[in-house]
Design a protein around this ligand. Structure first.
Ligand SMILES: Nc1ncnc2c1ncn2[C@@H]1O[C@H](COP(=O)(O)OP(=O)(O)OP(=O)(O)O)[C@@H](O)[C@H]1O
Length: 875
């Protein structure tokens, strides 16, 4: 076992193999022993004991290896509890186990508290002491578990004829979800039981496609939100992407009231994927029916206990900017000790901006949906308030066995929820505090609805202070605070303005430390960035695999060894490397956790980076086609602009720009004298100022007369006939409308162009989501020498002409229909890759009309100054 796992190991010298077997047995049965009255206040899942029959065995408490090993409440496991456990185990080796457990526990605690320098975040054991609601409320410390993802799992049949997935023996079906069955499974090594949820990949794909049409590029797919939100599947996508969003959320959450996810398995040869969850043996809180009353309702005290746990779980989620959006009794399971577990994050949404919870999406089950969501065009609503409403409906159900609002059709249900009042059964005999609480939770006006914060001190919830909840700090203490790949990804994902994206890149290039002062590896940022780009582009077309190529070209990414990637920090990253391999991604993640205080690049790594860069440049020179990509971040469209040397450059007469990859390497930079740099900077500043002046001179809404032979969608009847359209229409008020078109920028050169375009049809929701960035906010990366700038201008202008045939449909993120029609056009017109000077690498399905067939084409807008860059950074 490698050193990373050493903390979690403990060698135990046992007198005999019999003793070893005893300990094995005892450990396997810890969970049962504890829960089945032998040790009521303490339960913990067994450790993994790979016994070899000898006199020495190893206790492996490592969740990274074995999913059973999840710490739930380390803090409460101390020498005493271990001692107590040992007594109960009643075997001759108990003291050994006791010692082992306590020593392991103290090790873990110190690691958890950050005092260990080892990067052992994923090495955790499973101990919990949560059986009574008091203990549940009093100790919420949990630690992280690394969720394993296996892409090549296989489903086999064991000797008993049972299906087996890795070590999980599928015992029986315990439920059915929308995408497949849920199985009770048992780990053949530890006998610990799990709920293994099966997903049909084909069903997920169908849903993914359906949502693609329904919701547009940002609202699509199961678990589509925040970091690691799945892209529409391409032939190259991992099937895991289908559930990536849900997995990403669950990975971040470590709370007793949130179901624990241990593993995600993809059986590549079959239609199934599996998520391995902690088993909640008491099942759903209660069945809910639209028509029948559930008779076995909860007592007042039980309701309080359940509701308190819901508050804690939801508070924890909201604190981490996650909105569940489907709270209902069906999604509240109970473990053996009665702990409520919130499950099913399939429609949950993770907000990337702290405090932001505004959502436009309607999700969840109609009967539990808040009134503000029960409108076809409800605009942005507070996700937190909608979760509170659903909690209220759930509480109503568990208390009265019925729903507050019932209707047979969804539309009517929406109307009833919006407009009608519910009645509380036997209100007169009900606890007035409960009635008051229900009324404040089921308040139709979200602004007046009680908040989670207020629920904490509600008289019924706390039973007039006699049963207080643990403090918010304690409840949310186990925050996932370190910067992870996911965080970065999400940060970039939510960056909607072109300026912000450029700013991020500019910062990266200039090696400015992130505002949070956290060391973020260049690789991570670049990788996040490229994911965003590729995600957006894949939004535009799920049929063309583009991610890797595109990101590589845009960001001048090259392969880096994991070791190098892991040590890069922002201070000196400049043009260092990134990688798209899984290995380096992991390494990079580790580096984030492990290098929190580093601000400079170590010499060793620097040399490695330079070396690597050189190698990769050589490699790219051989492999990469010459050219560069320009991207419009508002639409997510990117285009490949071949350079002179490019094999794609069919329009050889048009001088193409140099590949936009000439950001000075560290090596080059180091070689320049400071003086040279200063002179260059001064020159560049002057040039930038000039350009800025040009930017200001460019009218934001230039009236453009467009003559085109390309069929414009609205005028499709005209076929390929030539016609003229005035793009700048006046709106109702007579004001000059925004120019129609889009910006493309080459981030390496900092050059931006305005490309007039035909009117895009856009889903109104999407249209609102799409940022509209004014031209004046375009900024450029500095540090170009005057010469370089001049060269760029000279060389890029012709390219701009070639770009004039950029498909206007690139504006349209509505995708589905547009894509179809574009594909048809492409066939009809015989236009495609290689037919023009530029090929849309996004594979958006947009045609690449022949040069000159569209509008006058992009115009150079210019660059922004350092001042403006600084202004963005300060804002
Ligand atoms: N972790 C678990 N422990 C025990 N039983 C579970 C667990 N997860 C699911 N189940 C059982 O399986 C049933 C179906 O669960 P599942 O979450 O798949 O249903 P669903 O709400 O339709 O979800 P989805 O829409 O995501 O498929 C649940 O009602 C419950 O009985």
């Amino acid at each position: 076992m490698d050193s990373e796992h050493s903390l979690a190991e403990k060698s135990v010298h046992l007198a005999s193999s019999d003793a070893a077997a005893t300990v094995q047995q005892a450990t396997n049965n810890i969970h049962a022993t504890a829960t089945q009255a032998a040790l009521p206040p303490l339960t913990f899942d067994a450790g993994y004991l790979p016994l070899d029959g000898s006199t020495t065995t190893t206790l492996s408490f490592e969740s990274g290896i074995h999913p059973a090993l999840t710490t739930t409440e380390i803090a409460s496991v101390n020498a005493d509890t271990a001692d107590e456990l040992a007594k109960q185990l009643a075997n001759q080796q108990a003291s050994v186990l006791t010692e082992t457990l306590s020593s392991f526990t103290s090790n873990r605690s110190s690691t958890y508290n950050g005092s260990s320098s080892n990067n052992n975040n994923n090495l955790l054991s499973t101990f919990s002491s949560t059986t009574s609601s008091t203990s549940r409320r009093s100790s919420m410390q949990m630690s992280k578990v690394e969720v394993r993802e296996t892409l090549d799992a296989s489903l086999t049949e064991n000797a008993d004829g049972l299906h087996q997935l890795k070590q999980y023996i599928l015992i029986k079906e315990i439920g059915k979800g929308a995408f497949g069955k849920v199985h009770l499974a048992q780990d053949e090594n530890t006998n610990i039981r799990y709920a293994v949820k099966e997903f049909s990949k084909s069903k997920l794909r169908k849903k993914d496609k359906a949502n693609l049409f329904k919701l547009g590029p940002r609202g699509r797919g199961r678990g589509r939100r925040g970091p690691e939100a799945p892209s529409p599947l391409t032939s190259e996508s991992s099937p895991l992407d289908l559930i990536r969003g849900e997995v990403a959320i669950l990975k971040k959450l470590h709370h007793p009231n949130i179901v624990k996810l241990y593993e995600v398995l993809d059986v590549s040869a079959e239609d199934s994927m599996y998520m391995v969850f902690e088993f909640c043996e008491k099942g759903v809180l209660m069945p809910v029916s639209l028509t029948e009353k559930y008779e076995n309702v909860f007592s007042d005290a039980e309701c309080r206990d359940v509701f308190q746990q819901m508050i804690l779980g939801i508070e924890y989620l909201h604190e981490h900017d996650i909105i569940h959006r489907d709270i209902k009794p069906d999604n509240l399971l109970r473990s053996g000790d009665g702990t409520v577990k919130i499950v099913d994050f399939g429609v949950s949404e993770m907000f990337n901006k702290k405090g932001d919870d505004l959502t436009k999406k309607s999700a969840g089950s109609p009967a539990f949906m808040a009134p503000e969501l029960c409108r076809p065009d409800h605009g942005e609503v507070s996700g937190r308030a909608t979760d509170v409403w659903s909690m209220g409906v759930t509480l109503f159900c568990v208390r009265f066995g019925t729903l507050p609002y019932v209707s047979e059709s969804i539309l009517e249900m929406h109307r009833v929820i919006r407009e009608e009042e519910y009645s509380i059964p036997n209100e007169e005999t009900e606890d007035p505090r409960f009635v008051a609480l229900i009324r404040s939770v089921l308040e139709k006006d979200p602004a007046k609805r009680i908040t989670i914060e207020q629920l904490r001190t509600d008289p019924w919830v706390t039973n007039d202070g006699r049963e207080p909840l643990i403090s918010k700090d304690e409840n949310t203490a186990n925050a996932v605070t370190e910067v992870t790949e996911e965080d970065l990804r999400s940060a970039v994902q939510k960056i909607s303005s072109l300026a912000t994206v450029i700013k991020a890149i500019a910062r990266l290039k200039r090696g400015i430390k992130s505002p949070s002062s956290r060391p973020i590896s260049a690789a991570s940022v670049l990788q996040s960035f490229e994911s965003t780009i590729s995600d957006r582009m894949q939004d535009a077309d799920e049929t063309t695999p583009i991610a890797t190529t595109t990101s590589t070209a845009v960001l001048n990414t090259t392969e880096a060894t994991p070791a190098v990637t892991a040590t890069i920090t922002t201070t000196t990253t400049t043009t260092t490397t990134t990688t798209t391999t899984t290995t380096s991604s992991t390494e990079s993640k580790d580096s984030l956790a492990g290098s929190m205080n580093h601000v400079s690049l170590q010499e060793e790594s620097k040399a490695a980076v330079v070396d690597n860069e050189k190698k990769s440049e050589e490699k790219h020179a051989e492999e990469e086609p010459q050219g560069y990509q320009v991207c419009d971040f508002d639409t997510g469209m990117c285009y490949w602009v071949p350079s002179k040397k490019s094999p794609d450059a069919t329009n050889a007469s048009t001088p193409a720009p140099e590949p936009a990859v000439n950001i000075p390497s560290i090596k080059e930079k180091d070689a320049k004298s400071e003086e040279d740099t200063k002179t260059e900077e001064t020159k560049a500043d002057e040039e930038i100022k000039d350009n800025e002046k040009k930017v200001e001179e460019v009218p934001l809404a230039p009236p453009v007369e467009i003559t085109t032979t390309a069929p414009v969608e609205d005028d499709s009847k005209d076929g390929g006939e030539s016609h003229t359209a005035t793009k700048n229409k006046k709106d109702d008020t007579g004001a000059e409308a925004e120019p129609e078109g889009y910006q493309v920028c080459d981030f390496n050169t900092g050059m931006c162009y305005w490309v007039p375009a035909k009117k895009a049809k856009m889903d109104p929701e999407e249209q609102q989501q799409q940022p509209s960035e004014s031209v004046s906010t375009i900024l450029a990366v500095e540090k170009e020498t005057k010469k370089e700038v001049e060269e760029k201008e000279v060389t890029t202008k012709p390219a701009a002409t070639s770009l004039s045939s950029a498909p206007a449909s690139g504006l349209d993120p509505g995708l589905g229909k547009m894509k179809e029609s574009n594909e048809n056009k492409e066939e009809e017109e015989g236009v495609g890759a290689g037919s023009g000077a530029r090929t849309p690498v996004s594979g958006s399905g947009s045609p690449a009309p022949s040069p000159g067939s569209l509008n006058p084409g992009p115009r150079l807008i210019g660059k922004l100054s350092r001042d403006r860059l600084a202004m963005f950074e300060n804002s």
